[in-house]
Design a protein around this ligand. Structure first.
Ligand SMILES: *[C@@H]1O[C@H](CO)[C@@H](O)[C@H](O)[C@H]1NC(C)=O
Ligand SMILES: *[C@@H]1O[C@H](CO)[C@@H](O)[C@H](O)[C@H]1NC(C)=O
Ligand SMILES: *[C@@H]1O[C@H](CO)[C@@H](O)[C@H](O)[C@H]1NC(C)=O
Length: 189
């Protein structure tokens, strides 16, 4: 399933730590790496995105948090559509999204709340965001790297790894790009 580029990234993390200790004005400080967007405009994100890497922090869960083979989201007219392939089944969720500066939120009934923050990334075809799930049974926080592509190159994954560290999130997984994405046919939504 998901694999990590542990060894290569560990080398990167060490290099980052050394740079940071040598020079305080290094361009790779957490302050530089973690910058919320000034304004998240859903129009800038229209269309389909695939999750390429993810760090999941489980704050509370009554049952094991479901893992998915692939995650796809689509923004269209301030609507978010999620299409997750989990256990060989496509799960769809479509909601109006509320945006406030870099923060976004949407809910599903009174009990399921989703929220997050969009961050800057130097990866041109990526979208970096935190994603919080808050339900009576489950509370999780994720740092997600979405891309227009199915996989990202090493440089962009290294930046993501550093961002995961900065936010003190658990080690990330890289999604398997060979897993199918669920279709975004509106009939399914
Ligand atoms: C996905 O986004 C595209 C571009 O905004 C839009 O044309 C399409 O209808 C969207 N599909 C769904 C299922 O939301
Ligand atoms: C989303 O918002 C639009 C306009 O405010 C509304 O017409 C539409 O019914 C809403 N859709 C959902 C799924 O809530
Ligand atoms: C979800 O958000 C709504 C509106 O912001 C709030 O009233 C509600 O209490 C929240 N639900 C949970 C489970 O946090």
């Amino acid at each position: 399933m998901a694999s990590t580029y542990r060894d290569a990234l560990a080398v990167c993390a060490i290099a980052l730590a050394c740079l940071a200790s040598v020079s305080r004005s290094s361009p790779l400080t957490c302050k530089d790496l973690i910058q919320p967007l000034d304004e998240a405009n859903p129009r800038d994100y229209e269309g389909s995105w695939a999750l390429v890497a993810d760090s999941l922090k489980v704050i509370k869960a009554e049952a094991p948090v479901e893992t998915c083979e692939s995650v796809r989201i689509n923004f269209s007219n301030s609507m978010i559509t999620k299409a997750n392939l989990c256990g060989n089944q496509c799960q769809y969720l479509s909601r109006n999204i509320t945006v406030d500066g870099p923060h976004f939120s949407f809910s599903y009934g009174p009990l399921l709340n989703f929220s997050g923050t969009v961050f800057k990334t130097s990866c041109a075809d990526c979208m970096l965001l935190t994603f919080r799930v808050d339900t009576p049974k489950e509370k999780t926080e994720e740092l997600c790297l979405f891309s227009r592509r199915r996989a990202e190159d090493q440089k962009n994954l290294e930046e993501f790894k550093a961002q995961v560290k900065c936010l003190e999130m658990p080690e990330h997984v890289v999604m398997d790009p060979t897993k199918e994405l669920c279709s975004m046919n509106p009939d399914h939504v």
